[in-house]
Ligand binder design. Structure first.
Ligand code: SF4
Length: 63
């Protein structure tokens, strides 16, 4: 399983992550990305990979 985080200094709140992987990401009241889970469920890993590639700010990190 992998751990995912959002770099709040880079995130500009486009919200694409929450659209692509809503089981893992949400947006706060200002539209900034939030991570909902400590560990990425195996079924969501492909969506998270897509979110990483799609984030315009390169703000999502997986390890
Ligand atoms: S897609 Fe990237 S910039 Fe947009 S809310 Fe998600 S982490 Fe932030």
């Amino acid at each position: 399983m992998s751990h995912v985080s959002i770099d709040g200094a880079k995130c500009q709140g486009h919200g694409r992550c929450a659209l692509i992987a809503p089981e893992v990401f949400d947006v706060d009241d200002l539209g900034m990305g939030l991570v909902l889970v400590d560990e990425v469920p195996p079924a969501a890993e492909a969506d998270v990979d897509e979110a990483v590639l799609t984030c315009p700010e390169n703000a999502i990190h997986v390890r």
